[in-house]
Write a protein that binds this ligand. Structure first.
Ligand SMILES: [Zn+2]
Length: 367
């Protein structure tokens, strides 16, 4: 049976591995536990220093096989050439790897790798029905070798894959579809991961979030939920359209908010005048406006100071020469009538009138 390391080594063209030699018959690899015709003593392998014991599949073996040495070296994977001028190019830990074997697991049928920017390809591997035994190692951190420890699965779609060093049992891919949907309509990976959606997200897509939580919220925290979220990628074209729509809606709201404001200053100006004319009742809320109108009348009237005049003729007399409107009026014009008729009104308005009078530079002298 081909180990994942041997699959990878075969996919790389069965290259010679430095420092390896024939091993005793029946020798098995400590990393992958498969038969190791060629390899190296563990004590002579520098890479062993970075291994921890629980990563050894067969800790009792003193050997490491040539394919495991190759799979844990920093050579560029198939199809990933090192960039010119760089000493150290792409290496196996930077990629996810996937392979399908023949029915009896003795031959490599297919191998592929993908970077983190090629998640749709990884999702495609996992969703597909595999015709033979298969394995998959998904690299997120991109720093540790994974291939030797990828579990071998039976043909089909179900199985266990590595996500970095975590083994994940594949579940219902409808979860990934649901994640893609909520990410597209407005949630983020960070909030889907925790379930702590923001108020903006609730505003944007509450029904979608409720539906997602009702069906999938219970899986939150599971390895499958984590891998599903890692794989899920929003529909960027749909997101672009949504954001354009949201921007247009925001601008429409701003515009709508601006229009009433433009009207606002004119409304209070016209309304009180009309209201005062329509409802002159001093008992109404327009008493002040009514007062102003009355005040205007009294100011224009030589008897504007009429309330004070009878009480204190002295100041009134002193004011006589300073009255600008006085000369325009006939001294005797309706004086008696106006004083008698609305006397109560005039007196009632005398106080506020005198308060404002100083602005007119006349009755301020009363103060
Ligand atoms: Zn091995």
């Amino acid at each position: 049976m081909l180990s994942p390391s041997r699959c990878y080594w075969l996919a790389c063209g069965s290259p010679p591995v430095q420092d390896t030699h024939d091993l005793p018959p029946g020798a098995r690899c400590a990393l992958c536990a498969s038969l190791a015709p060629q390899g190296l003593a563990m004590v002579r392998w520098s890479g062993a220093e970075s291994l921890i014991l629980d990563k050894l599949t067969l800790p009792s073996s003193p050997w490491v096989c040539a394919p495991c040495l190759w799979a844990t070296a920093w050579n560029a994977p198939p199809g990933r050439a090192a960039k010119e001028g760089q000493n150290r190019g792409p290496a196996p830990p930077m990629y996810s790897h996937h392979a399908v074997l023949s029915d009896d697991a003795t031959a490599l049928v297919s191998y592929a790798n993908a970077s983190k920017g090629e998640k749709p390809a990884i999702l495609g591997w996992l969703r597909a029905d595999k015709p033979g035994p298969w394995w998959c190692a998904v690299a997120d951190m991109g720093k540790k070798h994974l291939i030797p420890w990828a579990p071998l699965n039976p043909p089909g779609r179900d199985g266990v894959v590595l996500l970095d060093e975590q083994e994940v049992t594949l579940g219902d891919f409808a979860l990934v579809d649901a994640m893609v949907h909520v990410l597209t309509v407005g949630a983020t990976k960070a909030t889907v991961e925790t379930g702590a959606y923001t108020s903006n997200e609730w505003t944007r897509c509450a029904a979608d979030l409720h539906a997602f939580e009702a069906r999938w919220g219970g899986l939150r925290g599971s390895a499958w939920f984590s891998l599903g979220l890692w794989l899920a990628q929003r529909d960027e074209a749909a997101v672009e359209q949504r954001m354009a729509d949201e921007k247009a809606a925001r601008e429409a709201r701003k515009e709508a908010a601006r229009k009433p404001k433009a009207k606002a200053p004119t409304t209070p100006k016209t309304r009180p005048g009309k209201a005062a004319a329509a409802d002159p009742s001093p008992a109404s809320g327009k008493v002040q406006n009514d007062d102003r109108r009355h005040e205007e009348r009294t100011a224009a009237d030589p008897h504007g100071g009429g309330a004070a005049r009878p009480e204190d003729p002295g100041p009134a007399q002193r004011l006589e020469p300073a009255r600008p409107v006085g000369p325009a009026r006939q001294p005797g014009e309706g004086s008696g009538q106006r004083q008698r008729q609305p006397r109560g009104v005039v007196q009632r308005h005398a106080a506020p009138a005198s308060v404002e009078r100083p602005e007119q530079g006349q009755l301020g002298l009363f103060d």
